[in-house]
Design a protein around this ligand. Sequence first.
Ligand SMILES: [Zn+2]
Length: 63
Amino acid sequence: MARTVVQVETVTCDAHQAGGANDEPATVVMTIGPDQYDLCEKHADKFRDYFRDLFKAAKENAA
Ligand SMILES: [Zn+2]
């Protein structure tokens, strides 16, 4: 009987993992300088919103 070993790499969401769940698939890679995070769509959207707010606040403070 022939046997084949198939390895499947699963990338899971770092933010979900930080919250205790480690089975949410990650579809987005976020890079900040030397750091890289794997995120699901939901968390990627959340981080995009954070950054939009941060840039908005920085722009308001600079004015
Ligand atoms: Zn997530």
